[in-house]
Design a protein around this ligand. Sequence first.
Ligand code: CO
Length: 150
Amino acid sequence: MKEGEFYTLRGYKIKNEEVLSESMEDYIEMIYRLSLTNSEVRVNDLSVSLNVQPPSTTKMIKRLSKEGYVFYEKYGFIRLTEKGTDIGAYLMKRHRTVSKFLEIIGVENDLLEQTEKLEHAIYENTLNKLYELTDFLKNSSEYQKYITKN
Ligand code: CO
């Protein structure tokens, strides 16, 4: 992961203007995640993955569609727009970075739950620092000593 990649989102001002609610972020992240392995993403797949009821998903997809993040036709497939794809990629990287960081400091329990809560609060520049720190710790000769102690 190149540090610069996080900055592709700057144009959308994901955090600075609070364009996206946490819930919108969760959906976009999951659509992006699912579209990496499935060529088609449906409302049902998305509902199952997020543990929500299909009507809630449909409601959200309509909103995301109206705001230009996804293409959606009734009973059809959900596809991210270019803007949605860029944001999805960022959100997934954000998730991975937070998760890796928690892992490297020795968090073992409820890793996913904590990642899901923390990720929404982190700004892009903080995320870059977290990524760099995780990388530094991973490669530090002192790290093994630290992690066996904690
Ligand atoms: Co997440």
